[in-house]
Design a protein around this ligand. Structure first.
Ligand code: CTP
Length: 402
């Protein structure tokens, strides 16, 4: 999922030829799940019609201080400015940059800009000599000093026929620029999370296996939450029906505990945080029959052996990673979880009890307690696994910031 998803975006369009490209920008933002409203300067309407932008944004386009011929209805620029999470001014002409920097408030767009409390991005578009002019440079420097973000123009052929720097950044590049900028300010930006999810299946023969009821829901929610907060996420999952929403999560599907061990150990060095939420099988058949076992025998005994304890291995080989484990218990919960935390050299352990209604395997909800190395225990009520994942990740952020 894009960091822009669900954001309220105000798009300010000014009178330059590149205004026609804003139709595409609105489409891209809507596709990412943004809510878009457009404010235009009067001269912008010469380059792209309000009807085009209102149709694409699904909202009326405003360009004047009043709405009707009798000038009785006021377009509330203050409300508009406060509504927005982000204000993108594009194309930003030399004239608009100058007005923004000096506060020359002679149109609705500038009035809205002066009222907005949100982050402002501006994408200049003009001829190369206009862009190089000292007065344009001064306007841009001033806007940057106000905390506004410059989306640099690109080089190429300009409307004048000249070739150089001054073309408005392409809509796709504007979106990528803003996504990168927003991600770099997120609390987990620059951190790599290695998360495991789901069950493991240990083959008995070509058709049968030893497995468990884990659905993978908890691990997938953790991966989505960490990714939404800016982390680079590697998710290693056993067989599951879960689907990822975020395209930026690296998903590796495995089947057995040995495969999970190999993948996790492979990625361990690059991880800052590891969350083992997978329900790894504790036993596997000592040997796998390469033919389907027949039921001709009255009784069948399968000799099993212990699987490798992945988390214990990570605890023993830990360098600077934060290690988070899960404990699924049916009795003596807190004590058992605490001894897993110590024995496996963890930083946090998430306890979920099979005794709690609506918690554990297969449910959309979970009820957890988070136990730290320092013996701090936080008990949470039954919640949707999405909210549980946020509680867990928030605790990890606290540890990172310690
Ligand atoms: N775990 C692991 N490798 C295993 C078994 C478990 O990495 N072979 C991890 C799980 O992902 C979980 C934690 O260890 O984060 C605790 O798992 P749990 O099944 O509750 O405990 P076990 O250590 O397997 O002990 P027991 O089953 O005896 O309670």
């Amino acid at each position: 999922m894009s960091v822009l998803s669900g954001k309220k975006i105000l798009l300010g369009v000014t009178g330059g030829i590149a205004a026609y490209k804003t139709a595409n920008l609105v489409r891209l933002l809507i596709k990412l799940g943004c809510h878009v409203k457009v404010v235009m300067t009067p001269s912008a309407k010469d380059f792209v019609t309000p009807l085009t932008l209102s149709t694409l944004s699904k909202n009326p386009v405003l360009s004047t201080f009043t709405t009707d011929e009798d000038d009785e209805m006021w377009n509330n620029h203050v409300e508009l400015g406060l509504w927005a999470d982000l204000f993108i001014i594009c194309p930003a002409t030399a004239n608009t940059l100058s007005k923004m920097s000096s506060g020359n408030c002679d149109n609705l767009l500038i009035a809205t800009y002066l009222s907005a409390k949100c982050k402002v991005y501006f994408a200049p578009a003009m001829d190369l000599d206009m862009y190089k002019h000292e007065s344009t440079k001064l306007s841009i420097e001033k806007l940057i000093s106000f905390g506004n973000m410059l989306i640099p123009p690109e080089s190429g052929e300009l409307a004048s026929g000249l070739v150089g720097k001054g073309r408005m950044a392409e809509p796709e590049n504007i979106v990528t620029f803003i996504e990168k900028d927003l991600s770099s300010n997120l609390p987990l930006s620059g951190k790599t999370f290695l998360i495991t999810a789901g069950p493991t299946f240990e083959s008995i023969d070509p058709v049968r296996f030893i497995g468990n009821h884990s659905s993978g829901k908890m691990g997938f929610e953790l991966a989505e939450t960490a990714s939404n907060l800016g982390a680079n996420v590697i998710l290693i999952s056993g067989p599951t029906n879960e689907k990822l929403k975020s395209k930026s999560i690296q998903l590796k599907l495995i089947t057995s505990s040995d495969q999970m061990f190999e993948e996790v150990v492979n990625k361990y060095r690059s991880a800052d945080v590891v969350i083992m939420s997978a329900a790894v099988a504790d036993f596997k058949p000592k040997s796998i029959s390469n033919k389907k076992l027949k039921k001709s025998n009255q009784n069948l005994s399968i000799e099993v052996e212990k699987t490798k304890d992945i988390l214990s291995h990570l605890g023993k080989t830990k360098t600077n990673q934060l290690l988070i484990g899960f404990a699924l218990e049916t009795d003596n919960e807190i004590e058992n979880a605490k001894s897993k935390l110590i024995n496996k050299n963890l930083d946090l352990i998430i306890l979920n009890s099979l005794n709690d209604k609506g918690a554990g395997f297969g449910f959309d909800t979970n009820k957890v307690s988070i136990i730290s190395k320092e013996n701090k225990i936080i008990n949470f009520p039954l919640k949707h696994k999405k909210d549980v994942s946020l509680d867990i990740i928030n605790n990890i952020i606290e540890l990172i910031n310690e």
